[in-house]
Design a protein around this ligand. Sequence first.
Ligand SMILES: Nc1nc2c(c(=O)[nH]1)N(C=O)[C@@H](CNc1ccc(C(=O)N[C@@H](CCC(=O)O)C(=O)O)cc1)CN2
Ligand SMILES: Nc1nc2c(ncn2[C@@H]2O[C@H](COP(=O)(O)OP(=O)(O)OP(=O)(O)O)[C@@H](O)[C@H]2O)c(=O)[nH]1
Ligand SMILES: [Mg+2]
Length: 472
Amino acid sequence: MLGLKNYLAGGLNLLEDTIAAISTPLGEGGIGIVRLSGPAAFDIAKKIFRSKKKEWSAAEGHRLVYGHILDPAGQIVDEVLLGYMKAPHTYTREDIIEINCHGGIVPSKKILELVLSAGARLARPGEFSLRAFLNGRIDLAQAESIIDIIRARTETGLKLAVAQLNGSLSRKILELQDRLLGLLAQVEANIDFPEDDLEAATGQELLRTVGELLEQVEDLIRGAQAGKIYREGIRTIIIGRPNVGKSSLLNALLRENRAIVSDIPGTTRDIIEEMINIGGIPLKIIDTAGLHETENIIEKIGMEKTREMINRADLVLVVLDAGRELVAADLDIIGSVRDKKAVFLVNKDDLAEKKISVEELDVLAAGRPVLWVSAKEETGLDELEEKIFEMVMGGHLSGTDDALVTNTRHKQALEAAQRHLTDAVAELKKKVPVDVAAIDIRAAWEALGEITGNTVTEDLLDRIFADFCIGK
Ligand SMILES: Nc1nc2c(c(=O)[nH]1)N(C=O)[C@@H](CNc1ccc(C(=O)N[C@@H](CCC(=O)O)C(=O)O)cc1)CN2
Ligand SMILES: Nc1nc2c(ncn2[C@@H]2O[C@H](COP(=O)(O)OP(=O)(O)OP(=O)(O)O)[C@@H](O)[C@H]2O)c(=O)[nH]1
Ligand SMILES: [Mg+2]
């Protein structure tokens, strides 16, 4: 997003523009909202909006008025409800107008055009939220949570993002930053009275506190593993020989007849991707064409694609057929996931005659879980879901702690803070003068500040808000 540097260079003066955008998705819908923010918002609205309540803007904000949008020729464009909110108690801390028109591409675009010709400037992606940040209503971590709310894939993902919007993470980070600043103040005091025994005592105390803060940072980093999973989900691929029941398994997990199933081997030709929710984790589940020896060029391409997908997957479900003995193709498939997180599923457990050797399979699974399921009878699926949850979350915390870091950028900032604090600990142990360690403590403070935005650079802000949608 260009222009931010100008905002900052000129203080907040350049926030004097009034911005406008369509804030609802473009398409048919019940209502469409054109939003304006900035000092001229009310004046612009008065130019194009007519209502029986002549003095609507004199009343207190957070109200809706009924009326019409008129074009410059005085023709009615649409019947609307106009919402108005007065600064500073608004989303952006600026005057805000929201024109609620009929949902549809033409009315909302036409109204946007009218407000632009009446003096508003088209908002850049994320610019409303950027203003909320620049005007100090929310910090950067809170602003970023807004995009996570919009993109949440499960209720758990939503819950984590809303907690972040409410400042759960920001409070933790600010507390850590505060304590680091306290340490720096202590070092300063020490520089003014550089007596040896005092220095040694300060060094000891610093070492203890820095160690403690390092642990807290590391806790947050550990939580980030789980947070990332809740936010981004897990790529799970279903593979196996033709006809073992891969597509049937996909359908059973989705509880929907998504993929075509037939007793003809080679039914699935292309890759099918769907989302399911396992204990709050979004699972992207990918059904593939059966893997087998073939001379057919098209099939070969499909299989090449599957192997590439296996490499990119976080989890592999290897499906085998209980009614058939393991053959070379199965062994090849099992070999190809030697280094992957995998679950082995013996499907068609409902068949009376089982031909799979349990002992052989146990050896091949090499410690990874083997489950017996029937996609047709829908048995063993709950166990499968539990197993997946355990494998994905095992080791990370499984609960959804309030301040779980979900954002890769936040995790990187925490890792930078971790490195600086680790260095500080090493130096303090060597009993270097405390002001040497102070350099690392300050660097850790700065790294943490990138999360809440109090030490952030302009380029970083540009990148973060450019990822938002228009009208947000
Ligand atoms: N119509 C509409 N719906 C919306 C939004 C919006 O801007 N417009 N939002 C956003 O896109 C979200 C709501 N977020 C908001 C956050 C703060 C304020 C606000 O006016 N805050 C003031 C006053 C709070 C109060 O009265 O206590 C403030 O913080 O001072 C409004 C919406 C979701 N729904
Ligand atoms: N008895 C029994 N039959 C099943 C089960 N799951 C699938 N089948 C049958 O096995 C056949 C193949 O099922 P699909 O789901 O199409 O198998 P696939 O692995 O996707 O096959 P391709 O797409 O050809 O690789 C169909 O006739 C299914 O009805 C099961 O649990 N028990
Ligand atoms: Mg299939």
